[in-house]
Write a protein that binds this ligand. Structure first.
Ligand SMILES: C[S@@+](CC[C@H](N)C(=O)[O-])C[C@H]1O[C@@H](n2cnc3c(N)ncnc32)[C@H](O)[C@@H]1O
Length: 273
């Protein structure tokens, strides 16, 4: 059995060599890259929703160099701290699976029985995630319509992707832990200074969500030194500033050979009531 549900009739999907099938014979091919597409056409707002290939490749290249390894390390430690012997992990908006991979490996090395699933609405992202974590199950799907059973997840990760809190509450087990990563106030401050005359700090808000209790807030911060024009370009391309910063400032930034920048993250930990 897979841990995914059929997006048409919500029945469990069983995984075969090349296809996922439910008892009502709805079937979904496993792509040659190892993921399955469980996103029905009526949940798509464009032909290729989510991050595009350029953004996905830029982020994959940047993250693979370890610039945000302090965030990965912090997530891994929290997953160890808050999991039992058997643990079902779901990474919603998993992107290229950089954090999913770290969490899977760390939990496994610590002797846990781990089942890991990742979903993202971008098929380019999911294709890379499935390659990174061959032991996991990855699907193209929306966080707002998770093809996952009720009360089946022990640890749910949401890292810089849309917050679908009602769906998260539905799929999580009682006492499961939800790790919600957002940018810290000064995240990428120097990059913003290069782009805007008056940059703003990211607002900090400790929200309470129905069905969850906020149990901890963890900050992780590092100043990273980038001395490669290619890496600066990749960092810029993985941010939303690509779409909404002045073009002249972008051109100057994209020629830079060096950049010191603050990588500041906040992880909110919520326990499912
Ligand atoms: C900023 S990226 C973060 C990716 C990854 N979590 C990371 O931190 O490296 C946001 C991701 O959310 C995905 N996304 C956007 N809308 C989504 C939705 N409704 N459901 C699932 N994923 C979504 C995008 O395709 C993208 O991969």
């Amino acid at each position: 059995m897979s841990r995914f549900l059929c997006p048409v009739c919500k029945q469990p999907l069983s995984k075969h060599e090349k296809v996922y099938v439910c008892k009502n014979r709805h079937n979904f091919d496993i792509s040659s890259k190892g993921y399955v597409n469980l996103l029905p056409a009526n949940q798509k707002r464009s032909a290729s929703p989510g991050d595009d290939k350029g953004m996905v490749i830029a982020r994959n290249n940047f993250l693979s160099l370890g610039y945000y390894s302090h965030l990965k390390e912090a997530l891994e430690k929290l997953c160890i701290k808050y999991s039992g012997k058997d643990v079902n992990v779901l990474d919603c908006g998993c992107g290229e699976g950089y954090y999913t991979q770290g969490i899977y490996q760390r939990l496994t090395c610590n002797g846990k029985n781990v089942s890991v699933q990742g979903i993202d609405i971008s098929k380019d992202a999911v294709a890379l995630a499935a390659r990174r974590v061959a032991e996991g199950q990855f699907a193209v799907a929306s966080s707002f319509h998770l093809p996952v059973p009720d009360k089946s997840i022990d640890i749910l990760i949401n890292c810089f992707s849309p917050l679908a809190i009602k769906e998260f509450a539905r799929v999580m087990k009682k006492k499961g832990v939800f790790l919600y990563v957002v940018p810290g106030p000064k995240h990428l401050w120097q990059l913003k200074e290069a782009l805007y005359e008056t940059p703003y700090e990211n607002p900090l808000k400790e929200e309470q969500y129905e069905g969850f209790e906020l149990i901890d807030t963890v900050k992780t911060e590092k100043e990273i030194f980038i001395d490669s024009n290619e890496d600066i370009n990749n960092l810029f391309k993985m941010t939303p500033y690509v779409y909404r910063s002045p073009k002249e400032a972008q051109e100057i930034l994209l020629k830079a050979e060096k950049l010191t920048v603050n990588a500041h993250f906040i992880i909110y930990l919520y326990r499912k009531k």
